[in-house]
Each structure stands twice: as C-alpha cells, then as structure tokens.
Design a protein around this ligand. Structure first.
Ligand SMILES: Nc1ncnc2c1ncn2[C@@H]1O[C@H](COP(=O)(O)OP(=O)(O)O)[C@@H](O)[C@H]1O
Ligand SMILES: [Mg+2]
Length: 281
C-alpha cells in the first residue's frame, strides 16, 4: 500500500490529478451466488441501434463472470467500483474535452484488459455516452477472448488493408458499446503503433462521434516501448497497478515516463481492503 501511495504522490508532484480507485480481488467470494437470478446482458432494442452495420454478438454470462467482466451486473458487488471509476474518469475528460483514454500498467497481468472492458461497459451505460473499446495490446491481445467474441474480422485485417474499420467493429449485445478487437499478436508492435496508419486510425475513431469515449487497452509500459510510441496520440492515460505485481521502482519509472502526459489517475487493482468503499487518495 505504501509504495502505491508513494507513486500517487509522485503523480501529484507532477501537477497532475491523483484519482485512485481501488478494485478488490474479484473472485469466488464476491461473485453473485449460484442461487441468485442470472442477470441478463442488456439487449439492443431495435430503436436504439446506432451502428446499423455493426454485427451484434450475444455474450455468454458465465464466460464474462469467469473473466471478471461484471460492470453490467448491478447486483454484483464489484460493479460499483467501475461506476465510481467511470464517474471520475468522465468528469475529468468532459471538463477538458478529451475523448481518447489509454489504459496501461507497469507490467503484465495487472488487470488492464479487465479494467478497460468493465470501464467501457460502465461508460456505455450512461444514456448520453457511447463507448468504443479498442484492443491495442498487439503483443497479448485479450479483449476478444475475455468477452468471448469470435467474429472473423478484427484490427489485424484492418491494419493489413484487408478490411475497413467498420467491418471489424462488433457490438457485444450492450447498448452504446462497440468493440474493435485484435485477434492475433502483431509483429513489430512498437513500429506499428507509432506508424501514421495507426495515428490516422486513432484520429478517425475519435472524430467520428462527438459523444463517444474511445478506450484503448495498451500493452504494459515496461515490457517494450509500445506505450510511449502511441501515448502522444491519446488525450489521457489511466495507470492500472495490481497488488504485488510491480515494484515501487517500476511504479515510479512509469510515473516518470508519463509525467508529460495527461495522467488521469491510478487504478489499484486486486487491492485487499476490509471496507467495500472505494479508496481515494
Ligand atoms: N481484481 C482482480 N481480482 C482477481 N483477479 C483479477 C483481478 N483483475 C484481473 N484479474 C485476473 O488477472 C489476470 C490478468 O488480468 P488482465 O486484465 O488480463 O491483465 P493485463 O491486461 O494487465 O495483462 C486475469 O486472469 C484476470 O482475470
Ligand atoms: Mg491485457
């Protein structure tokens, strides 16, 4: 806990805001009990379909729970944390007119993908917002697998000029949420992320709809220079730190590298807490 507080202090000294939301370990203990009525994934009503050409794929509720995708289940104890995070994130982004948000972490397995998906779902539940979730972790793309999406086209084909962006978008059966998945790892990830093709893609995704928040699930910062290649094209950044996954030095290194970006804050993932309240610092 101390090292995380220290990291947040570093963010403050950089003149940046220091939002921190703690997400407790999402496991057996706080999953909805077997006997509880299975919550339904909200369906699109015909009148509300905004992306008429985007295929709608119904997700499997059990698969989502196994991958800790719970933001759409208001009865789930963990979903409140993502709503708190959404409110904090949207407040800052709206104030500044920002629409693109990068999600990264110091090292792998910190919960970036889990956070990005749950945050996107939570944002899409705001009636006046739409959310687009883009898998930019070209080394370990996991958004589609976590959601259980298996459609043919993805960012792989878009970047190979074999498909348009519109053809690779998918609606995971939730209103106002669209996903642009990546199915296979992409070679030379840092070069691709810093290419003009990708910067045009980011601008296009941001500019197409005014009310859209675009969330990019990025690779970890300390594994390669992918993140620093693409972050200059993003409006703001959220750093996910998992309990026990990164050293104090690694957290400080990330804070330093992000000192010239708009760091919205830090998400403390897998943080053990005796309270079920969000922790702010
Ligand atoms: N709060 C949490 N509690 C328990 N397990 C978690 C939590 N957040 C993530 N996990 C698990 O940790 C693993 C890594 O999460 P993931 O989101 O794929 O991380 P990353 O994208 O940073 O590599 C996954 O198996 C995920 O289900
Ligand atoms: Mg990931």
């Amino acid at each position: 806990m101390e090292r995380i507080k220290l990291a947040i202090e570093k963010a403050k000294t950089g003149g940046q805001s220091a939002l921190a939301v703690a997400i407790e370990p999402v496991g057996e203990s706080n999953q909805v009990s077997e006997t509880a009525a299975a919550p339904e994934v909200p369906h699109l009503s015909p009148a509300s379909i905004q992306y008429q050409k985007t295929p709608v794929v119904r997700l499997d509720e059990k698969h989502l729970e196994q991958h800790r995708i719970v933001a759409h289940q208001k009865s789930h104890q963990a979903s409140w944390a993502f709503d708190v995070l959404r409110t904090q994130v949207l407040q800052q982004m709206e104030e500044k007119g920002w629409r693109t948000l990068a999600i990264t972490s110091p090292t792998v397995e910190s919960g970036k993908t889990m956070t990005a998906i749950n945050l996107a779902i939570s944002i899409a539940q705001q009636p006046d917002r739409t959310a687009l979730l883009v898998d930019f972790d070209f080394r370990r793309p996991r958004v589609a697998a976590s959601l259980g999406l298996h459609q043919n086209l993805s960012l792989n084909e878009v970047l190979e000029d074999k498909a348009d962006v519109a053809a690779a978008l998918v609606n995971p059966g939730m209103e106002r949420l669209v996903v642009l998945p990546t199915h296979r790892p992409i070679a030379k990830a840092a070069e691709v992320l810093s290419s003009s093709k990708v910067s045009h893609l980011i601008a296009d995704l941001r500019d197409r709809y005014q009310d859209r928040t675009v969330i990019f699930d990025l690779p970890p910062m300390l594994v390669a220079d992918d993140v620093m290649a693409v972050v200059p094209h993003m409006d703001c950044v959220l750093l996910v730190i998992a309990n026990g996954a990164s050293s104090e030095k690694e957290i400080e290194e990330c804070m330093m590298r992000l000192s010239k970006t708009n760091l919205l804050g830090v998400v403390l993932n897998k943080e053990e807490s005796s309270s079920t309240q969000a922790n702010y610092y």
